[in-house]
Design a protein around this ligand. Structure first.
Ligand SMILES: *Cc1c(COP(=O)(O)O)cnc(C)c1O
Length: 420
């Protein structure tokens, strides 16, 4: 076995980490194992994972049911191409997704990552407009403060200030941005008037409307009033836009309902799910759309949906996703999310610019950018793993966290806020 110091030295010299520099790398820590709500860090020991591996490990690590699902599938086949072939895990995961998501979303594309699923969703909207005789509709309407992934079309609908638009001006497609939807119901009417006006002004060139329902995640951890979802649906209907909900962060119970769109009982035309889909085991996402969208895009020039990644419908990922969805629906996720929500209310005692708690999401916003290394060290001293960004220290813990875990996370966030 290579010594930890050598692994870290090689890593520092040769490996990119998310959003980091190769010439001036940030410190990384070595993980040697994980179990339940805990990850094990070399030199630190076991800590509670307040991030659920970027919001995906909802059932915790090394869950016996999920481990078994992967092992069983491994004994059949790890992978096989999806072109011209199919397999039981793909059918089973699609069947479950159709059952769980709002009625009518019953055509499924299995993508290999969240960003790819957003690309596919946007492509569906563009092909739908072409198929229905409106090829001039090529732009997307969205709101400020969003995050939809790091590939180019995804970046084009991310927040124009936080989403590196300046850096990529001249490269990114120019989309149409409405104001960030308001947090409180009282402010919805004013916001909606402006948003409707903007949509009307650009309608002739718009193919679709894409948003994260109820909670904007990586764009700023900003929850907003559920009534805004109805406004999105109305605007899409009024102007013939394909409504895309990106539930990659919010799906599978995170905000308190199985899908965030259920908070206002609004059904999109296209839905993206990812992150927690496989319980954090493997990279997979899915795009679901209605029969109408599927029909419309099929009569575009090509006649087919022009997308097909190499690892589409990977059997291992499908098998563990199906098992993860069963764990979710057979279990007590709603009670767990509610219990975690109650525990996270302790964050309101922290002296900060703003504190926001929604479902199993807790956010502390400071009045200055976080010193990530200081904040991380302070949280680790309290036995908690956090990954703050910008002026935000937040948690999206695994649903299997105990009340003690959640109390520890809150204490870790308080300590991080203190020094950051
Ligand atoms: C994480 C995320 C994505 C991108 O998913 P990847 O799997 O990282 O490509 C897209 N949309 C939202 C809302 C996300 O949270």
């Amino acid at each position: 076995m290579t010594a930890p110091a050598d692994l870290l030295a090689f890593d520092r010299e040769h490996l990119w980490h998310p959003y980091t520099s190769m010439t001036d790398p940030v410190p990384t820590r070595l993980v040697t194992g994980a179990s339940g709500s805990r990850i094990v860090l070399d030199g630190v020991g076991e800590v509670v994972d307040g991030m659920a591996s970027w919001w995906s490990a909802i059932h915790g690590y090394r869950h016996p049911v999920l481990d078994e699902a992967v092992r069983r599938q491994l004994d059949r086949m790890a992978h096989v191409m999806f072109g011209g072939l199919t397999h039981e895990p793909a059918v089973e995961v699609a069947r479950r997704l159709i059952d769980l998501t709002p009625a009518g979303l019953d055509r499924v594309f299995l993508a290999d990552s969240g960003s790819v699923s957003v690309e596919v969703a946007m492509k569906m909207a563009l092909q739908f407009q072409r198929g229905t005789g409106r090829p001039e509709r090529t732009r997307f309407l969205t709101v400020r403060g969003g995050y939809h992934g790091d590939t180019f079309d995804c970046m084009s609908v991310c927040d124009p200030d936080g989403g590196m638009h300046t850096m990529w001006s001249g490269v990114l497609p120019q989309q149409v941005f409405g104001e960030r939807p308001p947090r409180f119901a009282d402010d919805v009417d004013t916001w909606a008037a402006g948003f409707r006006e903007l949509a009307a002004e650009h309608a002739d060139g718009l193919a679709g409307l894409i948003v994260e329902p109820l909670l904007q995640g990586a764009g700023g951890m900003h929850p907003y009033a559920a009534d805004c979802l109805r406004v999105f649906r109305e605007v899409a209907d009024d102007h013939g836009l394909v409504l895309i909900f990106d539930e990659i962060a919010t799906g599978f119970g995170r905000t308190g309902t199985l899908f965030a769109s259920e908070a206002a009982e609004v059904r999109p035309d296209v839905l993206c799910v990812g992150k927690a889909l496989t319980g954090g085991y493997l990279s997979m996402a899915a795009v679901l759309c209605t029969a109408e969208i599927a029909r419309g895009l099929s009569v575009s020039d090509s006649g087919v949906l022009m997308h097909g990644p190499t690892f589409m419908g990977n059997p291992l990922a499908c098998a563990v996703a199906a098992a993860s969805l069963d764990l979710l629906t057979d279990g007590n996720w709603a009670a767990d999310v509610q219990r975690i929500n109650a525990g996270l209310q302790a964050l309101h005692r922290i002296d900060a610019e703003d504190v926001r708690v929604l479902g199993a999401v807790g956010v502390v916003q400071l009045d200055h950018p976080v010193d990530t290394e200081k904040a991380t060290a302070a949280a680790l001293a309290h036995g908690v793993w956090l990954r703050p960004f910008r002026d935000l220290i937040y948690t999206m813990p695994p649903y299997v966290c105990t009340d003690e875990d959640i109390a520890a996370i809150c204490a870790g966030i308080a300590a991080a806020a203190e020094v950051a």
